[in-house]
Design a protein around this ligand. Structure first.
Ligand code: B12
Ligand code: SF4
Length: 562
């Protein structure tokens, strides 16, 4: 009921849509804010790009709470606030929704968590959007303007031609080290702890290469030199997948998909300036595909997150990850990738798999230290909503026994990091294993040894950058893994901010005057009525914070990088 009288007042008839402002927000804890973030939350500029350019939208503002506070004092009755949540920031999103609703604004909630629990999200917002929002977002806004907002919108899985470029001109880009660009959605695998294949599907949807290249050029002009391809799996089909295709039509489709990948990698090499590098997420199967590895190297894919998860055969079986290797073959594959494809592997490991033991954790720590990966993350196995693990644990059909079967841990800010009883390990042992693993890998000694092994001392800038990133990983991501920064708690601010500034100054360039050379009006990287650079879609008017709060505008112009 909150705020309803205000909306009733404002919602007019279908024929005369009421004007309103749109805020889009990536919620994050506000208490321990750090002023920089590793990666841009892509949904913000993507939704901005598909926000219709209609007179009833008075302004559009993007807020990433990981790097800036939400401007509650600017919200007016009748405004519309879109909140995007994944499981780990759902609670922050719901809390923000309550505050904003009390001010008379209307709330629409979307994001991966909503697609799994629309009923839960519906309790906190006026409407929820499940699935991809590229198509339904505009509809929801039009409905709202006409006073006919529906409680549910299902965006489904849109075809790749609807994947939208992002409105980077509306983001405060000097806060981010890396920009995220999506090239594919979906993954053909079916790992038990992952919700990607359930939500995004097992048929990879490839974005067009033209759209990708145009967006990369614009980001280059904005100063980015590192891009994350925010893909579930950058290697959509293996030669085996193509060989095993059960009919010609499917085989043709998969082959065309791979052809498009090769063309993309070729174009990265030919059309994107050679000091821009890319990293992504990929399966280790690529080690057995020399042609693709060569193409990745040429396309300057400098690194990728590889889900190693576990070094044991039983662990791979328990997670339905049989396409990974264990033992000597695992070491061989990683080394092949490092030599043939890209130097920087980020190995992602999980502790707490039902077959894990004290011994296997110790061996994993040792393996990680010696296997030639440049970065690691160790996280506890956590049953994510929408995964097979979640379903099985809730039905008590797994060796890991939930402490409380109906406990919605994401709604509890103090939930334990280990949510189950493990058959072979105590909770403290798993947590201790994780802590030791991070500290071992990122200790000064291990880091310097890796620098020596990879010959990093030859290039001072490279060495310093790597060292800073390693220390940043330890201080910022030790407890919750590498993240969108939207769920991180307990990080030491000052250290993280200093390291963030150093990393930004080492790895980014000032936005070129080329924003204007690329056909813009030369507006700087503030929200201030910036026109999109080439490849950035022209759209709804950006709200100028300067118009509402001069102090904030000054803050947004202060360049962390400089
Ligand atoms: C790239 C990526 C990362 C990167 C970068 C994250 C970033 N800042 O972008 C890295 C590696 C850092 C990362 C980390 C993590 N990630 Co991640 N990540 C992704 C990935 C592959 C792509 C994200 C992306 O940019 N998508 C592109 C945008 C456009 O899509 P989108 O965000 O889903 O938004 C669309 C819709 O959801 C919807 N929508 C979203 N918000 C809103 C809001 C409104 C109002 C509306 C209407 C619609 C809407 O519209 C958008 C357009 O269609 C996704 C999987 C995926 N395919 O999305 C996983 C994913 C988001 N990550 C996930 C997880 C679990 C994590 C980690 C917790 C893993 C870990 N333990 O380390 C961390 C931590 C996250 C955190 N704490 O903040 C899960 C979340 C699952 C869940 N139930 O919430 C996903 C879905 C993958 C999975 N395993 O299932 N991730
Ligand atoms: S963990 Fe990786 S390989 Fe497995 S289903 Fe998820 S995205 Fe695909």
């Amino acid at each position: 009921m909150r705020g309803q009288w205000l909306r009733k007042d404002l919602l007019v008839s279908e024929t005369s849509p009421h004007p309103f402002r749109v805020f889009l927000v990536n919620p994050a804890p506000s208490a321990e804010r750090i002023k920089f973030s590793f990666i841009t939350p892509r949904f913000l500029p993507v939704l901005a790009a598909v926000t219709p350019e209609e007179d009833f939208i008075k302004g559009l503002r993007l807020i990433d709470q990981a790097v800036e506070p939400f401007p509650l004092d600017e919200v007016q009755p009748g405004d519309l606030v879109g909140i995007g949540i994944h499981t780990f920031n759902a609670l922050h999103g719901y809390n923000l929704a309550a505050k904003v609703q009390a001010l008379g604004a209307t709330i629409i909630i979307g994001g991966p968590h909503v697609s799994v629990f629309p009923d839960e999200a519906a309790k906190h917002g006026d409407a929820v959007v499940t699935g991809d929002a590229e198509v339904v977002w505009g509809q929801a806004l039009r409905d709202y303007a006409a006073g006919q907002l529906q409680p549910r919108y299902n965006g489904g899985r849109v075809d790749p031609e609807f994947f939208s470029p992002a409105r980077w001109d509306l983001m405060t880009l000097d806060r981010y080290l890396v920009a995220s660009v999506q090239t594919v959605r979906g993954c053909p695998k079916s790992c038990s702890f992952c919700s990607v294949w359930v939500q995004d599907g097992r048929s990879p949807r490839l974005r067009t290469n033209d759209a990708i290249i145009t967006e990369l050029k614009a980001l280059y002009s904005a100063g980015f030199r590192l891009i994350m391809f925010a893909d579930d799996n950058f290697y959509p089909y293996t030669p085996q997948d193509i060989e095993n295709a059960h009919n010609e039509e499917l085989r043709g489709r998969l082959e065309a998909g791979m052809q498009a990948r090769y063309e993309l990698l070729e174009r990265l090499a030919d059309e994107i300036p050679s000091d821009m590098y890319f990293f992504t997420q990929i399966t280790m199967e690529v080690a057995d595909d020399p042609k693709y590895m060569k193409a990745m190297k040429k396309g300057r894919i400098g690194g990728a997150l590889i889900g190693i998860e576990t070094i044991t055969e039983e662990g791979l079986k328990a997670t339905n990850k049989g396409f990974n290797s264990s033992g000597a073959d695992l070491a061989r594959r990683l080394e092949t990738i490092r030599k043939e494809a890209f130097s920087y592997i980020m190995g992602a490991f999980i502790f707490g798999i039902e077959t894990d033991t004290q011994e296997s954790m110790d061996q994993t720590i040792e393996f990680a230290r010696d296997c030639g990966v440049a970065l690691v993350q160790f996280i506890p196995l956590t049953p994510l909503p929408g995964t097979v693990d979640f379903q099985m644990m809730r039905k008590d059909r797994k060796a890991l026994k939930l402490k409380d079967v109906n406990y919605d841990y994401w709604l509890d800010p103090d939930h334990p990091r280990i949510l189950y009883h493990h058959p072979l390990l105590k909770e403290e042992e798993i947590l201790d294993g994780i802590e030791r693993a991070w500290r071992d890998f990122y200790s000064m000694t291990s880091t310097l040894k890796r620098c020596l092994r990879f010959g990093m001392f030859k290039d001072l800038r490279n060495f310093v950058a790597y060292f800073v990133v390693c220390q940043g990983m330890l201080s910022r991501y030790r407890r919750y893994g590498i993240s969108a920064d939207s769920a991180v708690r307990g990080t030491k601010h000052k250290i993280a901010n200093v390291l963030g500034k150093m990393a930004l100054s080492l790895l980014k360039r000032s936005p070129e005057a080329a924003w204007s050379a690329q056909g813009t009006n030369g507006a700087s990287q503030t929200h201030e009525a910036a026109k999109p650079a080439a490849g950035l879609q022209k759209n709804s008017p950006a709200m100028s914070p300067a118009a509402v709060d001069p102090d904030r505008s000054a803050e947004s112009q202060e360049s962390i990088a400089s």
